[in-house]
Design a protein around this ligand. Structure first.
Ligand SMILES: C[S@@+](CC[C@H](N)C(=O)[O-])C[C@H]1O[C@@H](n2cnc3c(N)ncnc32)[C@H](O)[C@@H]1O
Length: 137
C-alpha cells in the first residue's frame, strides 16, 4: 500500500535478485485479496507470505484492520489463491494472538513458530508466531 516501501522493495529486488521478474502491486491488500479470491480464474500462487500488521487504520483503507479479528477471513482469502500444492506462511508478532483453528479446520495448519523465532529470542518465544498452511494434508 505504501509507495515508499514499494520503492524499497523494488530496489532490494534489483540489488538481490534481478529486474523485471516480479510484479509490484500498490493496493490495499485486503481489497486486492477480496477481489482476487472472488474471481474464478484469478492467478494462483505456489508460495504466499502473509505477514500482516497487528493493527492498521491507514487513511488509504476503508476499515481498520485488526489481526485477531480479521485473520480468519484474510487466511481464507489468501489460501483460496494457492495452487493445489501451494504453501501459505502466515505470521504475526501480536503477543496475545490466538489462531482460530476451529474456523480454519478445512485447511492443514502446522505451527512452526518455534522454528522461526530467532535464537536471540528463544527465552521470549511469544514475540512471534508462524504457521505453514496448505489446502491438503
Ligand atoms: C508486519 S509488516 C510486514 C513486514 C514485512 N514482512 C517485512 O519483513 O519487511 C506489515 C506491513 O503491511 C503493510 N500494510 C498494512 N496494512 C496494509 C494493507 N491494507 N495493504 C497492504 N499493506 C498493508 C504495512 O505498511 C507493513 O509494511
Amino acid at each position: 500500500m505504501s509507495n515508499t516501501y514499494l520503492t524499497w522493495a523494488k530496489n532490494n529486488m534489483r540489488l538481490n535478485v534481478a529486474e523485471g521478474l516480479h510484479d509490484f502491486i500498490q493496493a490495499d491488500c485486503l481489497e486486492w485479496l477480496a477481489q482476487q479470491s472472488s474471481q474464478t480464474y484469478s492467478k494462483r500462487f505456489d508460495l504466499i507470505f502473509l505477514d500482516p500488521p497487528t493493527f492498521s487504520n491507514s487513511k488509504r483503507m476503508q476499515d481498520a484492520f485488526d489481526v485477531q479479528n480479521h485473520h480468519v477471513e484474510l487466511i481464507r482469502q489468501a489460501a483460496s489463491l494457492l495452487t493445489e500444492q501451494g504453501v501459505l506462511y502466515f505470521s504475526t508478532n501480536f503477543r496475545r494472538f490466538k489462531l482460530d483453528e476451529q474456523h480454519l479446520s478445512d485447511l492443514t495448519i502446522t505451527d512452526i513458530s518455534k522454528k522461526t523465532v530467532p535464537l536471540d529470542f528463544a527465552r521470549t518465544p511469544k514475540i512471534h508466531y508462524c504457521w505453514r498452511i496448505t489446502k491438503h494434508a
